[in-house]
Design a protein around this ligand. Structure first.
Ligand code: ATP
Ligand code: MN
Length: 473
């Protein structure tokens, strides 16, 4: 039986077999056993008078055991039931002198170096169970709302979106690549007969499907070769990208807000133990900080997101707020906001969310010059129908837009952006044959997991993070 099930069903008097890993072994008598099913351990009480000393010696932190025993109401604090063992088998020994995970607090940095053993800790167990539940909730949300999931390609021949930020996919021999007559590299000889890369987004392909299936989404890995060593960037991350025919920018905002609230509510209802554990962990972690440096307690933060309406604020209004803000006037921002048109940095986004509004903010109608070519140009000819959702502690969690559906305008934009039209002929064609208003967004999955788990570094919410100079495991 799963330990989680035993702890909730409390089958007192029943003899049950469990398997799991030893978290701690106290007083030669109490094993805290965990099988990954939940954050709580099963306390196994060993009869040290009848068990052989050889076997007791092999019960060490990290060892894998199979235990049979009878479930009884617990006299001790901290658990309602415990197991009195009648038979213990060591399935896998673990040398306590070598096992890197000691029953004490380790730093997140150290745990990253032993990412192969992170799933054996309470914190990472909780984070990855939540990660699972969250992806399930996302699929459920879209499925229940009539969306179809599309598996967009991971290898792409178009670099329209991420020129310069892409990972090349090639089978050419880097030592002696084939050359053309003028001495440049002959991509025609490569596997796909042209330059190809790992995708930075499934959006363009999702749009093609939206204009046939109506409501679609993608949920896949994306890759960015940007050299961003931050707590919010990964070189490989997962993104959810819905795309909906007939939705305008405001429908798009409604969808994103509804989706985020739904999945967070789902976690609050279905991952109570793990969230409570992470909530307590964060408070413990920050207890030495001064009051004003501490984050909002996790459960309160989640509650406030699901029960408050997100603020909607145009880029132009945001620039006014920022220009008149204290940190801007006192030149406390690294990038002082001088005029309309400036790109917003994460310091500005966080000021708006955390200091000014105090809740999630949807910024929209950005200057065309700082956004992608495919966004719908507004009547003012200066701004585009873009929207970003900013979350406290995270900054941008969603980036989306209403797409340019007018053939001539899109064709001109592609030219203005210096993109080769031939590489996007298929994208342009959808605007020629039955074009329509449509919108979509990209939700960064790991940023959302960071937010809901309270883990401050994005590297701690993906099993094996890929970042500059790091692809271990
Ligand atoms: P940022 O400005 O934060 O670098 P972006 O504007 O480049 O993000 P988009 O291209 O809009 O990001 O991607 C959509 C979403 O994907 C973002 O809102 C964010 O949640 C997520 N995202 C983008 N880049 C990364 C990354 N390197 N690692 C993890 N998540 C990311
Ligand atoms: Mn963005």
């Amino acid at each position: 039986m799963d330990i989680k099930e035993i702890l909730s069903a409390e089958p007192i008097g029943k003899t049950i077999e469990v398997r799991g890993w030893v978290r701690t072994f106290r007083s030669n008598r109490f094993i805290a056993l965990n099988d990954g099913s939940g954050v709580k351990n099963l306390q196994v009480v060993v009869d040290f008078e009848t068990e052989s000393p050889e076997l007791l010696k092999r019960i060490t932190t990290g060892a894998c055991l199979q235990v049979t025993g009878e479930i009884a109401a617990s006299q001790g604090r901290g658990q309602t039931v415990e197991m009195f063992s009648t038979d213990i088998k060591v399935l896998g020994d673990s040398d306590p002198d070598e096992f890197p995970l000691q029953p004490k607090k380790h730093s997140m940095e150290f745990l990253r170096e032993i990412a192969h053993l992170r799933p054996r800790t309470q914190t990472f167990g909780a984070v990855f169970r939540i990660r699972h539940a969250l992806q399930f909730a996302i699929h459920k949300y879209f499925n229940d709302n009539g969306f179809f999931m599309v598996h967009t390609p991971i290898i792409t021949g178009s670099d329209a979106e991420g020129a310069g930020e892409m990972f090349r996919v090639s089978t050419l021999d880097p030592k002696s690549p084939p050359l053309t007559e003028d001495g440049s590299l002959d991509w025609g000889e490569d596997f796909f007969g042209k330059e190809s890369n790992l995708t930075v987004s499934g959006q363009l392909e999702a749009e093609l499907f939206a204009m046939g299936l109506g409501k679609v989404y993608t949920f896949g890995p994306t890759f960015r070769a940007e050299n961003s060593n931050t707590t919010r960037h990964l070189a490989e991350f997962w993104m959810i990208e819905p795309e909906v025919a007939f939705n305008d920018l405001f429908d798009n905002m409604d969808l994103a807000e509804d989706c985020l609230k739904y999945v967070i509510r789902y976690l609050m209802e279905n991952c109570k133990d793990d969230l409570q554990f992470l909530h307590d962990r964060l408070i413990e972690e920050e207890k030495s900080l001064p009051q004003d440096k501490r984050s909002i307690p996790l459960l309160e933060k989640l509650e406030s997101v699901v029960s408050n309406e997100f603020v909607r604020c145009s880029y132009t209004e945001a620039i006014d707020i920022l220009r008149n803000s204290k940190p801007n006037k006192k030149k406390k921002f690294q990038y002082v906001i001088e005029e309309w048109g400036a790109d917003l940095q994460s310091e500005h986004e966080r000021y708006l969310v955390e200091k000014h509004f105090g809740k999630p903010v949807i910024l929209y109608d950005y200057p065309a010059s700082i956004k992608a070519f495919y966004m719908r140009v507004n009547e003012d000819d200066k701004t585009v129908r873009a929207m970003d959702i900013l979350f406290p502690g995270i900054g941008e969690i969603v980036g989306g837009s209403q797409r340019e559906e007018r053939y001539d305008v899109l064709k001109q934009k592609i030219e203005d952006f210096g993109i080769e039209e031939e590489s996007l002929w298929w994208y342009l064609q959808t605007r020629k044959f039955g074009s329509c208003v449509h919108s979509g967004f990209g939700l960064g999955f790991e940023r959302l997991v960071s937010f809901v788990s309270g883990m401050s570094n994005i590297r701690d919410v993906i099993p094996f993070p890929r970042t500059p100079k790091n692809a271990e495991f």
